[in-house]
Design a protein around this ligand. Structure first.
Ligand code: FAD
Length: 433
């Protein structure tokens, strides 16, 4: 079958000419480019909603869309759901709580994210009510279960590598896998790749944010340490997980790193693995710590930030500090860290809950594309809150519900009636304030 579809500013063939990232592999090491011959690509599926990326945002989006009655495919490059939450070993689901107008700290994240947290709690696989820390394997299992139950068609081991465009309308994506190159066509595409791969392929504008990249690991036999305070300076035993005797160890990592430069990612991967191995050996050679061992390093590199969409509305720190109400609110997120606001440090215990408008998930020119997760549209001052798992679950849920409405009604993502969207989200258990 011939697709007959053009690729507008598609970067997968000509990336050196299109939006090269300075100093990155996409600028080309040799400076040469070659032409890729045109060929016919088999269409794997034609669906209502296609979600790309199965992290917190993508999993929530796919479940929301499917539960709302849209045929939904979810494409994930790795072998599990959860993204950085599971594969990145980033185990605390942060931002579950914040302060309301009467200064009461309360739970703000419900909906599909809330269900995930509850199911993990019911399994005995999370610790702490506020900002629960979960077990990664249990989370992968729970997310698979929820995807199956909601009827999503799950495709693992497949990378999205290009946007299929007709003028400024996205029609689907190309994927690459062991089965070769294929296309999936959809009425609505939801970009939950974390790095905004799909809007980049579609030629959207974005802000490129270099940030800290780390690699998380886990240590075992923590319960066999008699005196943890005897650990020499510079070494870290991390924090507890739901599995007794296993800790997760966060890594800030190097600052100002490009998270979409494959050469940079490759170098960091090797440097960090060596660093973790050597630090673990230093821990094991400390008297009293001999039985500590390295359980694993994360299968997914800890890219905190990369692309930030230039969307229809840029959510601001000011919005989030002042209970700003949006007519197109799709969800609410909370607080987990101290934020500087007007020269004052605002602690999580006093931070207001904040609304997220649907317009912040919409690109400016591409039709039928919705963006959720850590790459939607917000100002950099807000990055610590917008990139966090709780917020990604909320934006994912909102994007999936909107995609279902648009695909079922045969309208564009931009034309979704926000009252109808809010009604659907409320029915699906989202708290809108
Ligand atoms: C070191 C580190 C520590 C952190 N600590 C915390 C913490 O304690 N608590 C917290 O709440 N947050 C934390 N975060 C932030 C949080 O984990 C992430 O920002 C969040 O998981 C982002 O969710 P997401 O769904 O947008 O993207 P991701 O979690 O990155 O998921 C994106 C998914 O898309 C897939 N994908 C990407 N590109 C493609 C493609 N082209 N084709 C197919 N699939 C693709 C990926 O494999 C992945 O599964 C931390 C992040 C890092 C890096």
């Amino acid at each position: 079958m011939s697709l007959g579809l053009g690729c507008r500013r598609d970067s997968y063939i000509q990336s050196p000419e299109k939006q090269p990232v300075p100093g990155s592999a996409s600028a080309g090491l040799t400076g040469r480019t070659i032409s890729e011959p045109a060929r016919q690509i088999p269409v794997l599926a034609e669906t209502d909603v296609l979600v790309v990326g199965g992290g917190p945002a993508g999993t929530a989006a796919a479940i929301a869309a499917s539960r709302a009655g849209a045929e939904t495919w979810l494409v994930e490059r790795y072998n599990h759901l959860g993204g950085l939450w599971t594969g990145g070993l980033v185990l605390p689901l942060l931002s579950t709580h914040a302060v309301d107008r009467r200064n009461r700290r309360k739970q703000v994240i419900f909906g599909i994210g809330g269900e995930m947290a509850q199911r993990l709690k019911d399994l005995g696989m999370s610790i702490s009510e506020v900002n629960p820390v979960v077990d990664p394997e249990a989370a992968k299992y729970v997310l698979d279960e929820m995807i199956s139950e909601s009827g999503v068609k799950m495709l693992y081991h497949a990378w999205a590598t290009g946007a299929i465009m007709e003028e400024n309308v996205i029609k689907g994506v190309f994927i690459e896998s062991k089965s070769g190159r294929m296309a999936i066509l959809a009425k609505i595409v939801v970009d939950c790749t974390g790095d905004g791969d799909i809007y980049h392929f579609a030629g959207e504008q974005y802000d490129m944010m270099n940030y800290h990249i780390g690699l998380v690991h886990r240590l075992g036999n923590i319960d066999r340490i008699k005196d943890p305070s005897a650990l020499p300076d510079g070494l870290d035993l991390g924090s507890p997980t739901p599995v007794k005797s296993v800790n997760w160890v966060n890594m800030q990592g190097r600052r100002d790193q490009n998270g979409v430069d494959v050469l940079n990612l490759s170098k960091l991967q090797m440097d960090y693995r060596k660093e973790i191995w050597e630090k673990t050996q230093r821990i094991r050679s400390t008297p009293g710590f001999e039985e500590v061992f390295l359980v694993d390093t994360a299968s997914q590199m800890g890219v905190r930030m990369s692309r930030i969409l230039e969307g229809e509305y840029r959510l601001t720190l000011e919005d989030t500090m002042t209970f700003k109400a949006f007519p197109d609110v799709i969800g609410i997120s909370g607080a987990w860290t101290t934020m500087m606001y007007k020269g004052r440090a605002v602690k999580p215990e006093e931070r207001p809950y904040w609304q997220i408008p649907y317009r912040s998930l919409l690109p400016r020119s591409t039709e039928n594309l919705i963006v959720a997760g850590r790459c939607f549209c917000f100002e950099r001052d807000l990055v610590e809150d917008t990139r966090i798992i709780g917020t990604c679950l909320v934006t994912g849920h909102g994007a999936g519900a909107a995609a279902a409405i648009a695909s079922k009604k045969g309208i564009s993502a931009r034309e979704v009636n926000t009252k109808e969207l809010k009604n659907l989200l409320s029915e699906q258990g989202v708290w809108l304030g």
